[in-house]
Design a protein around this ligand. Structure first.
Ligand code: HEM
Length: 229
């Protein structure tokens, strides 16, 4: 075997060991988390155009669909990110279980927050929400009055059903909790845990989550209140 081949094989083995480690998985989770938060921020900024009337949102959606490389590039990156995010969550849970095969008789958390303890159920619920959301507003199978290309109309008719709006509002509250802890743990994974910066970073994580929750929830509430028609 040549020296170059041996060096390459050594690097591949190191990469596999890194991905097998807790920190490797946390890094994968943090990178894919940043990509997903970036998408959710961009998605909300796009959706807020609903306040400018039907034309603005429909034209915006049309523009995105007229750029297939951008649309499909984004979809593929999102799909890979969601897949890797779930993979790292599931394998990290496996590592933790192996480290403590017998659960605590009575768990009295000392440092974990309510949001951090909810990650393993808010995550799967959000995954289910995304499947429902795609069938509702993108492909239309879960929307009785869906019309292809009429994004504003689909949105208004969809949210006029209080049960549909309530399920979105609940999912967004869960998203807020998941993001608050997720953004904060991402800072810890990259090594930012310092008495001077920690309070500021916690506030930043709370502000990003609050912006996303309030911005998203405002849409179904505005439809139910008749502000968006
Ligand atoms: C109240 C909050 C939300 C509203 C009103 C909303 C609205 C919409 C609408 C109208 C579409 C269809 C766009 C079109 O066909 O052009 C869409 C697509 C989508 N939404 Fe949302 N959304 C919300 C929250 C979210 C959240 C929290 C996520 C992710 C966690 C998300 C992920 C997606 C994805 C992945 C698509 C498909 C994009 C594509 O066509 O590839 N949405 N959303």
């Amino acid at each position: 075997m040549s020296t170059a081949t041996t060096a390459l094989a050594g690097k591949a083995a190191r990469d596999v060991r890194f991905l097998d480690s807790t920190i490797g998985k946390k890094v994968v989770m943090a990178i894919t988390g940043v990509i997903l938060v970036g998408f959710v921020i961009g998605h909300l900024l796009g959706n807020l155009q609903v306040y400018q009337g039907p034309h603005a949102l429909d034209v915006y959606a049309e523009k995105l669909k007229s750029l297939p490389p951008l649309l499909w590039g984004t979809r593929i990156v999102l799909l890979i990110s969601v897949g890797l995010h779930i993979w790292s969550a599931v394998t990290l849970a496996g590592l933790q279980k192996r480290a403590r095969p017998v659960g605590y008789v009575k768990l009295k958390p000392v440092t974990s927050t309510y949001a951090s303890r909810t990650m393993y159920w808010s995550g799967p619920i959000l995954a289910l929400f995304i499947v429902y959301h795609l069938l509702h507003f993108t492909t239309g199978q879960a929307h009785p009055q869906f019309v292809e290309g009429k994004v504003h109309q689909n949105l208004v008719l969809g949210f006029q059903n209080p049960l549909v709006s309530a399920s979105y509002i609940l999912a967004m509250l869960m998203l807020g909790m998941h993001l608050y802890h997720g953004v904060w743990s991402m800072f810890q994974t990259v090594g930012v845990n310092h008495p001077k910066y920690t309070p500021m970073l916690k506030k930043l994580a709370a502000a990003v989550s609050a912006f996303l929750v309030i911005g998203n929830i405002s849409i179904p509430i505005s439809v139910l209140a008749g502000v968006i028609k």
